[in-house]
Design a protein around this ligand. Sequence first.
Ligand code: MG
Length: 165
Amino acid sequence: MRVGIGYDVHRFEAGRSLVLGGVVVPGADGLSGHSDADVLTHSLIDALFGAVAAGDIGDHFPDTDPELEGISSLELLSRTLRTVRAKGYDVVNADISLVLDAPKLGQLKVKMAETLAETLGVDSSLVSVKATTSEGLLSAEMADAAAAKAVVLLKRIGGRDPDGF
Ligand code: MG
């Protein structure tokens, strides 16, 4: 088994769509970024790369690459999964926490988890999306941003792990 952790933060930017876990959140400002700035999916991608010790999202998908401008982060997640599988691992489960003061996400969190699970090729019961507010305790700079932390567990495809687990 392998475990990985991911963290990301993006600033809000007027005039963009807010995309979280591949789901468009209506009526809210979006996040600033080279791709669709899906902070939730980015944290999951970093957790996946971390679990197989394959660098980070910036190594694989640099924000200087014009081909990646405006790209869906679900596409980046699919490419990341291909790397994980090429290294001989598959996803067991993932747990992601968002930190943002607004908007409230309600049942959209379930849709995000389902969307990510579908992209990862696992049952939706194996992906968790949670959200919390900062309760005004974040710095003034962070109050205008959204952050996400992800933890993912991988298993060796076909059973035995070369590390002996
Ligand atoms: Mg990011």
